[in-house]
Design a binder for this molecule. Structure first.
Ligand code: ATP
Ligand code: MG
Length: 428
């Protein structure tokens, strides 16, 4: 048995020693069967939450309304959930309250897909009433029970279906897919935050391009609670569905960060800045994520223009100004994104990439904070009245230092400023 399961086994044994039933359930069983790394180890038990809390010294009542207690053990947290049946679903979402039951099979019955409805005893014995193992072997995603009913109960399951199909290289069972298409309009009942969470998991997973394909093929995005712009919808729905687009996104998984993958999708689909901003707003991306993805995107738009520059000196200067404007990290991230998208295919922009990278690495400073002179020193040295000239000249000094024309030394910088001052007075 995999290490994380073995480490958690004493929790299951302790529950069983007290005459309760207890098993591993959900993703950890599925991933054990597949020999994949395990994310979180979840336990289901016939014990009520208060009984679980009595048995373990350190626990947090993380989701009592769902029957879940997090048991802290050997430095990790384990969700221990009482066997339950979901009470009636409202508005096609998970119910707020649950009914505790005594049978494991009843608990497995409420789960979404056969591969997620297997349980495992602590000795490794598999309890698989719905044929999850067979479906995994034949790579089929199948709803537990009647697919129509299951998607109607909880519409989020449709997005989960697409995510599992993508990440585990599955093919949906005929009925499951038919039902998903039939009920996709129910997506409008799902909070946009939950949509974001699922899409993020898809993008962060092992095969984001496959997930994109099935997101498009399912048409789920056409029925969100808050609509995307038409251009964004069209682009996202067609992503990965032509050979050209599929090859563009075929290396998406090589980007290690989730948000770089999102930036790559926006760039790869040639979305307009306003469309990508709108997508992120509708999906409730945090301001920080929006800002960092938008910066990569903006660099891309400007770099496209830059790539027309024939003069090498000017190209370097303009690139350095871009770095100063957006920051070294976003510039580096944009290069990473573009490498993955183009896979070395020679485009005009791609032809510039290596030089951009060299110049980025050569740059000594890229922000005013790093400049060895500040506004008040400049003002005092030149005995000039304050005004917009201060920030203009600081930026000019910064560009020259970054471009290697000036040394970042206070005396040298002040000397250069004095010369500009002289030129200014001569002009007048
Ligand atoms: P992941 O690897 O993404 O964590 P997971 O299968 O563990 O996948 P979780 O969201 O952690 O997914 O849920 C744990 C288990 O709870 C699932 O395996 C499934 O049995 C059940 N489950 C989760 N969400 C739903 C749902 N919306 N409807 C029915 N069952 C669900
Ligand atoms: Mg999980």
């Amino acid at each position: 048995l995999p290490e994380p399961i073995r480490i958690a086994s004493p929790i299951v044994r302790r529950l069983r020693a007290h005459e309760f039933e207890a098993v591993f359930v959900g993703g950890c069983v599925r991933d054990t069967v597949l020999g994949l790394p395990i994310k979180d180890v979840d336990i289901a038990t016939s014990a009520r939450p208060e009984q679980v809390m009595e048995l373990f010294e350190r626990c947090i009542p993380t989701g009592l309304q769902h029957g879940t207690v997090t048991v802290l053990y050997e430095g990790s947290g384990y969700e221990v959930t009482t066997f339950r049946q979901e009470s009636s679903y409202e508005e096609h979402r998970k119910p707020e309250s649950v009914l505790y039951i005594t049978s494991l099979e009843g608990d497995l019955l409420r789960r979404d897909f056969t591969m997620n409805a297997m349980a495992m005893a602590e000795d490794g014995e598999l309890l698989d009433p719905f044929g999850g193992l067979r479906d995994l072997e034949t790579k089929v995603l199948r709803c537990v029970g009647d697919a129509d009913a299951r998607f109607q109960e909880d519409a989020l399951r449709m997005l989960r279906a697409v995510r599992f199909i993508g990440a585990y290289h599955l093919i949906p069972a005929h009925h499951t897919w038919k039902a998903l298409i039939r009920h996709r309009k129910l997506m409008k009942f799902i909070a946009m935050e939950r949509v974001q969470a699922e899409l993020d998991k898809m993008m962060a997973g092992a095969a984001p391009q496959r997930a994109l394909y099935f997101v498009g093929a399912s048409g789920l995005l056409l029925h969100l609670k808050e609509p995307l712009t038409e251009d964004a919808l069209l682009a996202l729905t067609n992503a990965c569905r032509t050979a050209e687009s599929a090859s563009l996104f075929s290396r998406l998984h090589q980007l290690s960060s989730l948000d770089l993958r999102w930036a790559a999708v926006g760039i790869g689909l040639s979305l307009a800045l306003e469309d990508i901003l709108h997508v992120m707003q509708v999906l409730r991306f945090s301001n920080q994520r929006t800002k960092s993805i938008a910066a990569i995107f903006a660099i891309h738009k400007q770099a496209l223009v830059l790539a027309n520059q024939q003069d090498e000196q000017l190209l370097r200067l303009e690139w350095i100004k871009l770095i100063i404007r957006f920051g070294e990290s976003p510039a580096k991230e944009w290069i990473d994104v573009l490498r993955v998208l183009t896979g070395g295919n020679l485009t005009r922009l791609n032809g510039c990439l290596s030089r951009f990278e060299v110049w980025l690495n050569e740059i000594s400073i890229s922000s005013l904070k790093q400049l060895k002179v500040n506004g008040s020193e400049l003002k005092k040295h030149l005995r000039r009245k304050p005004g917009p000239w201060i920030s203009d000249w600081l930026n000019r000094l910064l560009v020259e230092v970054a471009n290697g024309q000036l040394v970042n030394d206070k005396q040298q910088l002040l000397k250069q400023a004095s010369e500009w001052d002289k030129e200014d007075t001569n002009d007048e």
